[in-house]
Design a protein around this ligand. Structure first.
Ligand SMILES: [Zn+2]
Length: 864
């Protein structure tokens, strides 16, 4: 009796505890099945679901890892056994210890690998329209914590710590779900949004992974290389609808040469296991080794490769957001109908739904957790070995270090670059005394990035020049391009002067924990004038707020040599008034900028600056370059007004008078057809995928807009056309120029996003502050050849490609098509100017070295 009552008590207790800890499935919480046709969980629902699951289960913990651009919390769930959950800090510590072989014996590393747990990071839906993974994440988490897994969850979660970020672009997720819901049931169901799905970057939020401009990138980067250091990382995406159902790694050629071979083997191991488990489950249409190359450093998963982590990518065939699509078998391209070794089981066509994507993604995600568990010790030990090789083994021809001399044309920009390197996990030293390396003397205070370090593959790939291999199916074929950039060298993009040092050297070095920004002493009150060097981007940042306060500012027509300083032509001369003395010091401090004092400036040729009113065009087809331009303006504190199509059209009988409202109007890189008509050229690759926009977002600036712009320039305005946008003005205004690459075939000329050398005239306003030789980012760029003008026109070539050796980093085929041709031209038309920049001078907010071309256009000193 007594025994019986004890048992019933235990039974009751057990039932109660089950009741208390019962986990709510996502379908019950959301009121619909995950992946159901036409149904999406928005960000607040996802957040609430994960919170609920974390309240109900001790196997999941919900963390906030940062804040999005529009101030939403960035979430990451940690899922593992209860036992591990109590020791998360210990396991994070082990990951960190294994990364640094210095002071770690192989025996100790083996012990740590046995004791440690493998960490696997899942990042979902960075591209917000690729929304399936964010939905899947809820079911994935639920199944893991409830043990509804194709493996023994207790056993595997004892070895594996799953880090799961349901979306790493929460702002975009919210925008996309709202836009989708608004248009369900209309003919615009599943259509594209008229704006970028990341406030600044749109799709390029996955091109920011070495520059870390975006707060989202920073948050995940801290997880990757500072706080958790996962050995495996998968980023789950979607691609077009009619090819394979799913791409999984291995990737295709070529690889970034500095990446450790064990990374590629690890990728093959995990990718193949995922494909194997999918095939076992009867999932058709999985492909590997196509489309996605190993040559890139700027994407979320790719940057992991360079940090000795197994970086994986999954790309599902898309539906229309959450609406199913039917694909007729005849619509599948031949390359996805034939059986091939990397594609042994073609999908036959038919209906394709969001739930299909969720099922594939659940299967591959589970498979990855299983593989991580199976190889736990190997994965940890190999991570240690790869990092150890980075520290110890120098490959033939590899440099010993990169050195960045203390004195730079633009020191604040160099310090910014070093800050970026630190966030990417790169070790940086500073010399405590003068030293010599490769026969060159460097002063104390110079910065040294030794190649002996755990993340050597990353540091080297980021700091040295790229040489993209010439790959073709057959000789004479068009070359096979990389997935994105061919070249990205960070110091070149940022205009930072540095040396690749081959031979080893000794120097007294101190390791930096943070960047030693200088203490800025503001100029005294006695000087009549203050000078800011035009060679430093930060000077422009300071000038805009000063102009807003109506400070008296000039641009010098020549270099200025003062007491203890020399500054470039175009430097800013500021009258040192009490007003200036009040606002200048915090501005200098914020931008780490040194100002100089001057007495008499009578003998310096100079032109006054006024407060410029800047307009920036934004189409309804979401140009990423426009987003990045906005980012640069916001980052540098430049005031501007966003202009839409209607602003170029005037009201009723009245024409738009742009000149009355603006001094400068900037058009970021966008196709001339889109700007004028709101539609891409139907013959272009992009044209094939174009669908009609809802009425408020139809059309472009139109014929009226073109006319209004012509009048804007004629009456003294400055019109800036970045990259492709310039072609609109060349054609419409019949400018004395033509695109020299207009009819050139890809077999003759090909330059996939690479860094090219240019010669700059830095005595002319648009070239002010630039060095005489610079490096620019060429990406599907036009090359504006000019001719002798007549009538109302004149032109000044500001930058041009050299006679030879045009390529700096990346790949260039057909150099002769652009040698000696202009890269940037300042045209005069009647009273105004049209500036055509034939490259991406503010490329993804990375190319700080050429920002000045844009900034000078905004602060043109001779405006009428
Ligand atoms: Zn994507």
């Amino acid at each position: 009796m007594k025994k019986y009552s004890m048992l019933s008590f235990l039974t009751l207790f057990f039932c109660l505890s089950v009741l208390i800890t019962a986990q709510t499935p996502p379908s019950e919480f959301l009121g619909f099945d995950v992946g159901a046709d036409g149904k999406l969980a928005d960000y607040s629902q996802i957040q609430a679901y994960f919170q609920k699951l974390a309240d109900e289960s001790s196997k999941i913990k919900l963390l906030t890892i940062g804040e999005s651009t529009l101030k939403k919390p960035m979430l990451m769930a940690v899922i593992t056994s209860e036992k591990n959950m109590a020791k998360l800090d210990t396991y994070r510590g082990i990951s960190k210890q294994l990364r640094d072989a210095r002071g770690l014996t192989p025996g100790k590393a083996g012990e740590l690998a046995r004791e440690g747990k493998v960490m696997v990071l899942f990042t979902c839906s960075i591209h917000s329209t690729e929304i399936a993974a964010s939905q899947m994440s809820m079911e994935f988490a639920y199944k893991l914590v409830t043990g509804d897994t194709p493996f023994d969850a207790d056993e595997v979660l004892d070895k594996v710590i799953v880090l799961l970020a349901p979306t790493i672009n929460p702002d975009g997720h919210q925008m996309v779900t709202e836009w989708y819901r608004k248009n369900v049931g209309t003919k615009y169901e599943g259509s594209r949004m008229p704006w970028l799905y990341h406030h600044y970057a749109g799709h390029d939020d996955n091109r920011d992974w070495f520059m870390f401009n975006l707060s989202e990138t920073k948050a995940v980067t801290k997880v990757l290389y500072h706080d958790w250091i996962p050995q495996i990382h998968i980023d789950e995406h979607q691609m077009g609808s009619t090819g394979a159902r799913l791409f999984l790694p291995p990737f295709m050629d070529p690889p970034v040469p500095t990446i450790h071979p064990l990374v590629w083997r690890g990728i093959a191991l995990c990718g193949t296991n995922m494909a194997y488990d999918l095939q076992t489950g009867g999932y058709q249409g999985v492909v590997y080794g196509r489309s996605f190359t190993g040559w890139w450093i700027g994407a979320c998963d790719d940057t992991s490769w360079l940090h000795n982590s197994i970086g994986l990518l999954s790309e599902m065939a898309s539906v229309k957001i959450a609406s199913p699509i039917y694909i007729d078998p005849t619509e599948l391209p031949n390359s996805y109908v034939e059986k091939r070794i990397p594609f042994p089981d073609p999908w036959p066509g038919g209906w394709w739904r969001l739930r299909d994507l969720v099922n594939y993604e659940l299967t591959l995600s589970m498979s990855l957790v299983k593989t991580a568990g199976l190889h736990k010790e190997d994965l940890l030990l190999n991570f240690y070995k790869m990092c150890k090789d980075g520290i110890e083994k120098r490959e033939r021809g590899a440099p010993f270090a990169f050195v960045f001399p203390k004195d730079q044309r633009d020191s604040p920009t160099m310090l910014k670059m070093l800050d970026i390197l630190l966030l990417g996990g790169v070790e940086i030293h500073r010399a405590k005394a003068d030293f010599t390396a490769d026969g060159k003397l460097y002063p104390a205070g110079s910065f040294v990035v030794l190649m002996s370090q755990p993340y050597r593959p990353y540091a080297q790939a980021l700091l040295e020049k790229q040489k993209y291999p010439d790959l073709r199916e057959e000789p004479g074929d068009a070359p096979i391009p990389p997935y994105d950039n061919a070249g990205w060298t960070l110091p070149l993009q940022m205009g930072v002067n540095g040396d690749r040092v081959k031979k080893s050297f000794d120097a007294p070095l101190e390791k930096l924990e943070k960047i030693p920004y200088p203490v800025i002493t503001p100029p005294g009150t006695s000087a009549s004038y203050i000078v800011l060097d035009s060679a430093q981007n930060a000077s422009y940042s300071v000038v805009f707020p000063l102009l807003k306060e109506n400070a008296e500012i000039y641009r010098s027509g020549e270099c200025i040599e003062g007491t203890g300083f020399t500054v470039s032509a175009g430097s800013f001369i500021i009258k040192n008034t009490p007003g200036v003395q009040k606002i200048l010091p915090p501005l200098l401090k914020k931008r780490h900028l040194t100002a100089y004092e001057l007495g008499n400036v009578d003998d310096i040729p100079k032109t006054p600056l006024k407060r410029y009113r800047v307009g920036l065009y934004q189409s309804w087809l979401s140009s990423m370059d426009e987003g990045w331009t906005r980012y640069v303006f916001d980052d540098l504190g430049i005031p501007y007004t966003t202009l839409h199509n209607k602003d170029f059209k005037g009201a009723k009988q009245k024409k738009a008078d742009l000149r009355r409202q603006f001094d400068v109007i900037v058009f970021a890189d966008e196709s001339p057809e889109i700007i004028k008509t709101g539609k891409p050229d139907p013959a272009s690759r992009y044209g094939r995928y174009f669908t009609e926009m809802p009425p408020p977002y139809e059309g472009g600036i139109g014929e009226d807009g073109v006319k209004a712009l012509e009048e804007f320039v004629a009456s003294g305005g400055i019109l800036v056309g970045l990259n492709d946008a310039g072609k609109l003005f060349v054609k419409e205004f019949k400018m004395p120029a033509r695109d020299a690459l207009e009819k050139v075939d890809r077999k003759q000329f090909f330059c996939p996003t690479s860094l090219l050398n240019v010669t700059v005239d830095n005595k002319t306003p648009i070239g002010y502050g630039m060095p005489g030789e610079a490096v620019v980012m060429f990406t599907s760029s036009p090359v504006f050849g000019t001719r002798v003008p007549s009538g109302d026109w004149d032109r000044k070539v500001v930058a041009s490609y050299p006679r030879e050796d045009v390529l700096s980093s990346g790949w260039l085929l057909g150099e002769e098509y652009i040698t000696r041709k202009p890269a940037l031209v300042d045209f005069t038309y009647k009273k105004g100017h049209i500036i055509l920049v034939g490259f991406r001078c503010q490329h993804r907010a990375q190319s700080h070295g050429t920002y000045k071309f844009l900034l000078n256009s905004l602060l043109y000193p001779e405006i009428n």
